[in-house]
Design a protein around this ligand. Structure first.
Ligand SMILES: Cc1ncc(C[n+]2csc(CCOP(=O)(O)OP(=O)(O)O)c2C)c(N)n1
Ligand code: SF4
Ligand SMILES: [Mg+2]
Length: 348
């Protein structure tokens, strides 16, 4: 009897022949409903849909619930879990030592806006080629709900105590620190987050994503301005955003004047569909103005906030070779006897 049964296609493969399962990680230990879980799902979906090999990615993080999440996606990628606030320096090392890696930094508002703030600002100033995500919940989730530096003045903590200190607005800080790709997303808006993540993966420099990510255990109550309900009600979308990869055929007709295309260096496009305002993300002044206005009104501006196409990443600026350092052998690294003698002479 012949067996005519066809193989069952269980899951779709992407352009490099991998299934979505190949982009997953360990089972999450986050609290059910935590915004960080949605961001992990967004990250693995973005890499899967773009068809990026997980072996090309280096996941870097610091300390916090957010910084634990790289364990829950891209299980076959490289990774390093640094000490608190030190993600940017290890990410910088990886980005400079191997320019072929896609460096993904995952941090929290505690990790980046307090102990790690110096490192964050300098990585932006240097334009290290990496995707820098802050999973922003306005609290120190891992240490049970203290206010972080992004908690709004007047908001209350889990125990009802008010915060009397002014908040830091991370996108504002990123722009004035020299970052050339600045965006804000919301873990509850999957479509926008996915487009921003894909564009960030394609950016040639540091792409900063401040993603609102509610902590359901310590900061999802009526006194919080980082709860699901508050962010949903106060989300001021700058535009609808689509990411269109280089060479992808654009088969949707758009009415002239209803959208703005922002091109990335490799020819990919961020298509910004106008909502109630015509927002120009290449204007630093407009970006800072919109952020300040929203900050004063305690609104949450989301979308591509600032983009400067003249981005030269740190490795390029340092004229580092494209060949990863680990591929050099003794022949290239060891100076000849003559060169060494010449060099030593210069100290005499
Ligand atoms: C040097 C050092 N100081 C303090 C701590 C304690 N600590 C652990 S996580 C954390 C804050 C985490 O907050 P955040 O980065 O916002 O992450 P979340 O848990 O909210 O995702 C702190 C202060 C530590 N681990 N190391
Ligand atoms: S404590 Fe908060 S941030 Fe941490 S996993 Fe739970 S919900 Fe998420
Ligand atoms: Mg936090």
């Amino acid at each position: 009897m012949s067996n005519t049964a066809q193989p069952v296609k269980t899951e779709e493969t992407n352009r490099i022949g991998l299934t979505k399962k190949d982009y997953k990680g360990l089972p999450s230990t986050m609290c059910p409903g935590c915004g960080h879980n949605s961001i992990s799902e967004g990250i693995l979906t973005a890499f899967y849909e773009l068809g990026v090999s997980p072996y090309q990615v280096a996941k870097m993080s610091g300390i916090g619930c957010s910084s634990k999440t790289p364990a829950y996606f891209l299980h076959s990628s490289h990774g390093f879990n640094a000490v608190h606030g030190r993600m940017p320096s290890v990410a910088t090392g990886a980005a400079l030592a191997n320019r072929n890696l896609i460096v993904l930094g995952v941090s929290g508002d505690g990790d980046s806006a307090s102990i790690g703030i110096g490192q964050m600002i300098h990585s932006m100033r240097r334009n290290t080629k990496m995707i820098y995500i802050v999973e922003n919940n306005g609290t120190y989730g891992l240490t049970k709900g203290q206010f972080s530096a992004t908690a709004d003045v007047g908001s209350t903590d889990h125990y009802g105590l008010p915060n009397d200190q002014s908040a830091l607005d991370l996108p504002m800080l990123a722009i004035i620190s020299g970052c050339k790709f600045v965006a804000r997303g919301f873990s509850g808006d999957r479509k926008q987050m996915l487009a921003l993540l894909k564009a960030a993966i394609h950016h040639d420099g540091l792409a900063f994503l401040d993603i609102m990510s509610p902590c359901v255990t310590f900061n999802d109550h009526p006194g919080s301005t980082k709860s699901y309900e508050y962010v949903k009600a106060h989300d001021e979308k700058l535009h609808e955003i689509d990411f269109i990869e280089e060479k992808t055929e654009i088969n949707v007709e758009f009415e002239e004047g209803t959208y703005r295309d922002v091109s990335l260096h490799d020819g990919s496009i961020m298509r910004l569909k106008k909502l109630d305002r015509d927002y120009d993300p290449s204007s630093k002044l407009q970006a800072l103005g919109v952020l300040q206005e929203a900050f004063d009104k305690k609104e949450v501006v989301t979308g591509l906030i600032y983009y400067d196409k003249n981005s030269v990443d740190q490795a390029e600026a340092l004229k580092l070779p494209q060949v990863p350092l680990h591929e050099y052998g003794a022949k290239e690294l060891r100076p000849s006897k003559e060169a060494l003698t010449e060099f030593l002479k210069s100290f005499k």
